[in-house]
Design a protein around this ligand. Structure first.
Ligand SMILES: Cc1cc2nc3c(=O)[nH]c(=O)nc-3n(C[C@H](O)[C@H](O)[C@H](O)COP(=O)(O)OP(=O)(O)OC[C@H]3O[C@@H](n4cnc5c(N)ncnc54)[C@H](O)[C@@H]3O)c2cc1C
Length: 294
C-alpha cells in the first residue's frame, strides 16, 4: 500500500507528488497522459518557464518526482472506493492500487461548440484563454464566437490585445452590446457555421447568411467538463485548500477549479501535498486516531 495515490499527472498532480516525495512519502501517480493543453505548442505565463512546450514541463516534472522515489504509471483510473481507512483505485487494465490517501488531479475537458472546422484549429489559432494566447495574436484580426453569454466578456478582454476584434453571434444582450461598442469591438449579428483554413492556417469564418469574414485567430468560450468521476463516486465535494467533504480525499487543479492556469494548478497541487502530509503526520501521532468521520 502506498501512502498516497495521485490520479492525474498534470501540473497539479505532479506538483503534489513532488512535495509528498520530498516529505518521504511513498507516492504513486497514475496518469492517462492527456493534459488539457496538449494541443498547444507552447505554454505561457509560467514564471521562468514561459514558452516551454507543455510536454516538456511534464517530462521535467516526472523526472523530479521520480528523483524522490515517486512512481509514475501510465493508465486510467476507472473507479475508487474506500477500504478501511484507505482507498482502492481500480485501473482500466483491471489492476487495483491502494493507498492511505487519495489525490484527484484529473483536470477537465473543453467542450467546443459543434462548428465545422473548429476542433481542427483548437489550441493553434483557436483558443479560449487570452492570457495563454493573447500575446501571440496581438494586433491581428481576431474573431470571438458568441456561442454562449460569456462570449461578450471574452471579446472585451481580447480587445486588450488587438484593435481589430469582431464579435459574432445572434444572441447578444443589449447591455453587452453597449459595452462592446464602447470598447470598439465590431459586432456581427450572425452565428459562425464554419471555420475556414487554408494551408494549415485559419483564414476566416463563414456565417449563417453565407458570407465570409477574414480572421487570423478565434477565441471561443468553451464549456468546462470536469473529469470528476472518481470524486462523484466517492461523494467528494471540493471545500477549500484542496480538501473535500470526504476525509482523506483531496483534489486540485482544473478538476475543481476550471480557471486555474498551469502555475495555479501547480501551486494548488503543492498545497495539497503539504496538507496530505500534515494529515498523515497527525494520523501517525495519534495511533488511535482514525480518519475523521470513520
Ligand atoms: C489549448 C490550451 C492552451 C493552454 N495554454 C495555457 C498556457 O499557455 N498557460 C497556462 O498557464 N495554461 C494554459 N492552459 C490551461 C492548462 O491546460 C491548465 O491550467 C492545466 O492543464 C491544468 O493542470 P491540471 O493538472 O489541473 O490538469 P491537466 O494538465 O489536464 O492534467 C490532468 C491529467 O490527468 C489525466 N487524467 C484524467 N482522468 C484520468 C483518470 N481517470 N485516470 C488517470 N489519469 C487521468 C489526464 O490525462 C491529464 O494527464 C491551456 C489550456 C488549453 C485548452
Amino acid at each position: 500500500m502506498h501512502d498516497v495515490v495521485v490520479i492525474g499527472g498534470g501540473a497539479a498532480g505532479l506538483s503534489a507528488a513532488l512535495v509528498l516525495g520530498r516529505a518521504r512519502r511513498s507516492v504513486l501517480v497514475v496518469d492517462a497522459g492527456e493534459p488539457r493543453n496538449q494541443p498547444a505548442a507552447h505554454m505561457h505565463g509560467f514564471l521562468s518557464r514561459d514558452g516551454m512546450p507543455p510536454g516538456e514541463l511534464l517530462a521535467v516534472g516526472r523526472a523530479e518526482v521520480a528523483g524522490y522515489g515517486g512512481e509514475i504509471r501510465s493508465g486510467r483510473a476507472v473507479s475508487a472506493r474506500r477500504n478501511g481507512t484507505g482507498f482502492v483505485v481500480e485501473l482500466a487494465d483491471g489492476n487495483e492500487v491502494s493507498a492511505r490517501r487519495l489525490v484527484v488531479t484529473t483536470g477537465l475537458r473543453d467542450e467546443l461548440p459543434p462548428i465545422e472546422g473548429l476542433r481542427e484549429r483548437w489550441g493553434r489559432d483557436v483558443a479560449a484563454c487570452p492570457y495563454c494566447h493573447g500575446w501571440e495574436v496581438r494586433d491581428q484580426p481576431i474573431g470571438v464566437l458568441g456561442t454562449d453569454p460569456r462570449g461578450a466578456h471574452l471579446a472585451l478582454l481580447i480587445r486588450q490585445w488587438s484593435a481589430d476584434v469582431t464579435y459574432f453571434g445572434s444572441q447578444l444582450a443589449e447591455q453587452d452590446r453597449a459595452k462592446l461598442l464602447a470598447r470598439g469591438v465590431r459586432i456581427v449579428d450572425e452565428d459562425v457555421v464554419k471555420v475556414l483554413a487554408d494551408n494549415d492556417e485559419l483564414i476566416g469564418v463563414e456565417l449563417t447568411d453565407g458570407s465570409c469574414v477574414k480572421r487570423s485567430a478565434l477565441f471561443v468560450p468553451t464549456v468546462f467538463s470536469a473529469n470528476d468521476t472518481l470524486l462523484t463516486q466517492l461523494g467528494a465535494e471540493h471545500t477549500e485548500d484542496g480538501r473535500t467533504t470526504v476525509p482523506g480525499v483531496y483534489a486540485a487543479g482544473n478538476v475543481v477549479d476550471p480557471m486555474a492556469q498551469v502555475i495555479i494548478a501547480a501551486a494548488q497541487g503543492a498545497k495539497v501535498g503539504m496538507n496530505v502530509n500534515s494529515d498523515l503526520v497527525l494520523d501517525e501521532a495519534a495511533p488511535e486516531r482514525r480518519v475523521h468521520g470513520l
